[in-house]
Design a protein around this ligand. Structure first.
Ligand code: NZQ
Ligand code: ZN
Length: 384
């Protein structure tokens, strides 16, 4: 196992009727910004629950945060926060609202051009504290310190990580999932699945707890994910999927093990240029990353095949091939297509995506930095 330092300071209230707890988690003296997306929370009762919980607080609102949140939109919220002396931000939404609020929280006190936080890794000295009412289990953003923001003008989708934007608390009520469209439910399962894979399918460092925990998350998603589309769906299915997504990216399974993240880096470029959903891009890229890197990931792919899928092939080569096929089939079972052609995209995407990766210095990706631009090109071409 590798050395690590681990702390996750986000307090979580999980379960039914927990949204009311926002009132006791935010100081009464605070001026609160309630930030949300395109309005789903107004149709599913979440907005009403939040407003009623905060009836004694001094609040203002910012709405219209889009999926794959933009720098342009978040900077409008930064102005609002500054003008109104906001001292607590409550994000009510999925990963996009959560990520947007993290960036807003950091940008408010940033001296200079806040985009530098994303493009240059500029230091964040101070951030507005924030809490999250999660409405879509997927990203894990509710209890991690990462955020992904897109600059529309330049088509850059970049991320930053900073403990100063770690949410103080997160409310996870699985009931919120009942209003999610099938597409978003599927996206969430696939995103959480790929987060787990990015921290598990690397090379062996004899981290038994992390491996077994990751395998547990993968198996839970494989078992419970498809039930979201069937009559078997009940509160426990929702709860298990929601908790899996949080656990997949709250730092625990990633402590003391190598990380990959090549799939995410390539996938972010696809969303930046072609606006596919985050999970759709992951589903296109991951099977091809697994195939291209099958030698360097040999040991872990075999372990994954045997423990997660119970595959016993004729030989290692066949086992690995079957594991990759099973992975892609799972995405298809989750109703997510896995080829560029499924999204009416073809050969023309490869050049621009390679240019983006080069421009963003994504030229040595993966746990061993073995994914060169040439190999990214091979991966993209194989994904057509
Ligand atoms: O905007 P509203 O009206 O709320 O609608 C949203 C949005 O259209 C809707 N929705 C959310 N909760 C709902 C609901 N509709 C009905 N009922 C509900 N309960 O779902 C749509 C998608 O929401 P979004 O927040 O964009 O989805 P997700 O949670 O998948 O977040 C995706 C973003 O997170 C980033 C992605 O790149 C992408 O920008 N990621 C963030 C990560 C992190 N911070 O750690 C890691 C991830 O790898 C990922 O990159
Ligand atoms: Zn993701």
């Amino acid at each position: 196992m590798l050395n690590f330092t681990f702390s996750n300071t986000t307090l979580i209230h999980f379960g039914h009727d927990q949204i009311a707890k926002v009132s006791s988690e935010i100081p009464l003296s605070a001026k609160v910004l309630i930030a949300y997306g395109g309005g789903s929370i107004k149709n599913n009762g979440v907005y009403d629950q939040v407003i009623s919980a905060l009836e004694k607080h001094n609040t203002i609102e910012f709405s219209g945060i889009e999926a794959n949140p933009t720098y342009e939109t978040t900077m409008q919220a930064v102005e609002l926060v500054k003008k109104n002396d906001v001292d607590f931000i409550l994000a009510v939404g999925g990963g996009s609202v959560a990520d947007a609020c993290k960036f807003i929280a950091a940008a408010v006190y940033f001296e200079g051009e806040p985009w530098d936080i994303l493009s240059k890794g500029a230091e964040i000295k101070k951030a507005v504290p924030l809490g999250i009412v999660l409405t879509l289990p997927a990203t894990g953003s509710e209890s991690n310190c990462g955020s992904v923001i897109t600059k529309k003008a330049s088509k850059d989708k970049l991320s930053f990580q900073n403990k100063k934007v770690q949410p103080v608390f997160a409310i996870l009520d699985p009931n919120v999932m009942n209003s999610l469209p099938t597409r978003q439910l599927a996206n969430g399962v696939v995103d959480a699945f790929v987060h787990t894979i990015e921290q598990y399918l690397t090379y062996d460092v004899n981290a038994k707890i992390q491996d077994r925990f990751a395998e547990g998350i993968l198996q839970t998603l494989i078992e419970e994910g498809p039930k979201l589309f069937t009559d078997e769906r009940d509160n426990d299915v929702n709860a298990n999927v929601m908790w899996s997504a949080t656990q997949a990216l709250n730092g625990l399974i990633g402590a003391g093990v190598p990380h990959d993240w090549a799939t995410h880096m390539i996938a972010h470029e696809i969303t930046a240029l072609y606006h596919l959903d985050h999970a759709q891009t992951l589903a296109i890229v991951l099977p091809r990353v697994m195939w291209e890197m099958r030698e360097s990931k040999h040991h872990k792919i075999l372990q994954y095949a045997q423990r997660v899928w119970k595959i016993i092939g004729k030989n290692d080569e066949q086992t690995i091939k079957l594991a990759i096929e099973k992975t892609e089939q799972f995405f298809n079972d989750m109703q997510i297509k896995t080829r560029f052609s499924d999204y009416q995209l073809g050969e023309e995407v490869v050049g621009p995506l390679i240019d983006q990766l080069t421009r963003h210095d994504m030229t040595m990706l993966g746990e061993k930095q073995l994914i060169t631009i040439d190999r990214s090109r091979t991966i993209l071409q194989a994904s057509l």
